[in-house]
Design a protein around this ligand. Structure first.
Ligand code: FES
Length: 145
């Protein structure tokens, strides 16, 4: 039995790598990356060293998203039915309401005025003007119904 786990929020990259390694092992081929996923691999202390800067980066992204939306007078923060939402009012006065919480790891969302998309500054998920997922890492929409 082969098992890949512990991707530490890097599932798309490490999951793909694990798939490559496991398929090599099943076919009894060598894979130069196999030690990266070995169960007895050494504890990666560099992850601990990066932890403060990772936390700082995420807090900075959350603050930036809040500031961006406050400075954009076409985006309104509101609570509707107990949920935090963002409302973008377009040039035809149509309202586009989305949830202000990225489904990936719950960061705030900002509106990209040029692309007319909602974006998460933490890991780059993008959604169309009505909150439908364009690309991840999120797997879900931020539509509000
Ligand atoms: S929290 Fe990760 S993409 Fe939004």
């Amino acid at each position: 039995m082969f098992l890949g786990t512990g991707y530490n929020t890097w599932g798309m990259t490490n999951g793909s790598l694990a798939g490559e390694i496991i398929s090599s092992l099943i076919l009894k081929k060598d894979n130069k990356y196999k030690d990266l996923m070995a169960p007895k691999r050494a504890l990666n202390l560099s992850k601990l060293e990066r932890l403060p800067s990772d936390i700082y980066g995420n807090i900075k992204a959350i603050c930036k998203s809040t500031k961006n939306n406050v400075n954009n007078n076409k985006v309104i923060n509101k609570v509707i039915k107990g949920k935090k939402v963002l409302i973008y009012i377009d040039e035809n006065n149509n309202k586009h309401i989305v949830l202000n919480k990225c489904p990936h790891l719950k960061c705030g969302i900002v509106f990209n005025e040029i692309e007319k998309t909602w974006e998460c500054l933490c890991h780059g998920s993008r959604f169309d003007i009505d909150g439908k997922l364009i690309n991840g890492p999120s797997n879900f929409d931020i539509t509000f119904k």
